[in-house]
Design a protein around this ligand. Structure first.
Ligand code: GUN
Length: 286
């Protein structure tokens, strides 16, 4: 049987339509949600992502600013730019596009962003809140994964979720968010012995490794929910995920395509977090 395709674009559009209304209400109250993005250097992939983030902001009526700094910018200059944004009333979200050049400490940069404007959800304060189940900004990609499961009415509680990949941005928080929803969570990574024997027990399989088509049908249980966070190029230069889609699509119960799956959700949840930040400002004013 062919898997049900989880359409990230459709879900994104649904969420963005709701956000557009919230932006319009906030703007009428004098608080137009604003996102500042800092881009260091000239990494082409980063530039593409950043352009897309800005376009998406504007499309729903948000304010968006891009601060571009040269590849050789000194760390203190970048930290100073962040401090200025921390203190600006018309900026509700700050995002420093990663990766950064090697001479800049990612940790220092993330810790300089005010937790109240950390719409990436990368600040240790916000990670701590996520781990303890408190209200906070959730990291955009795992948050997007969770929203997709919820939109599709896929049950999570009591299910075995297997996460392949343990990055701070995707793998680790994805497992935590599913644990918060009462899944039983297993993390796999490059040192996991007999990976397929573990992934084959997954009711929900999240692939976030960054290797083109690494997980084929041998890694998937019949009827499993397969969420592909990968964004790679295949041997023909075409975009593809970490999952071998054509091989898995007849075995899985649900599957996210690449492109058009998790990808659009990441920016949507960034918009969501920025609107949420602006809503908090309004609530505190009243
Ligand atoms: N680089 C790749 N993904 C991300 C992300 O979600 N946030 C930031 N800031 N940089 C990234």
């Amino acid at each position: 049987m062919q898997a049900t395709i989880i359409d990230g674009k459709e879900i994104s559009n649904h969420i963005r339509a709701g956000l557009e209304q919230k932006v319009s209400k906030l703007t009428a109250e004098g608080i137009q949600p604003g996102l500042a993005v800092i881009l260091v250097g000239n990494n082409q992939a980063s530039r593409t992502y950043v352009t897309s983030k800005q376009k998406s902001c504007k499309a729903i009526g948000m304010h968006s600013e891009l601060i571009e700094l040269p590849e050789d910018v000194e760390e203190h200059v970048l930290l100073n730019e962040i401090e200025k944004l921390n203190n600006r009333d018309n900026i509700h979200g700050i995002l420093v596009q990663l990766p950064l050049p090697a001479h800049i400490s990612e940790t220092k940069v993330i810790e300089t962003i005010s937790p109240n404007k950390d719409v990436d959800g990368f600040h240790p304060v916000n990670i701590g809140k996520m781990m303890t189940g408190q209200d906070t900004f959730l990291p955009c990609t795992p948050f997007g994964v969770l929203e997709m499961l919820k939109y599709m009415d896929i049950p999570i509680a009591g299910k075995h979720a297997v996460i392949v990949g343990r990055s701070n941005i995707v793998g680790k928080p994805a497992g935590q968010l599913l644990l918060n929803e009462n899944a039983t969570v297993t993390y796999c990574h490059s040192k996991t012995a007999d990976l397929a024997s573990v992934t084959k027990t997954a009711d929900i399989l999240v692939a976030a490794v960054g290797r083109a088509k690494m997980l084929n049908a041998d890694y998937v249980k019949e009827g499993a929910v397969v969420i592909d966070v990968g964004m790679n190029r295949d041997e023909n230069g075409r975009l593809c995920g970490d999952v071998d889609y054509n091989d898995v699509v007849d075995k899985a119960g649900y599957i996210t395509p690449v492109p058009g799956g998790v990808g659009p959700m990441t920016i949507t949840m960034l918009l969501y977090n920025t609107v949420k930040s602006a809503q908090k400002v309004l609530a505190n004013r009243k």
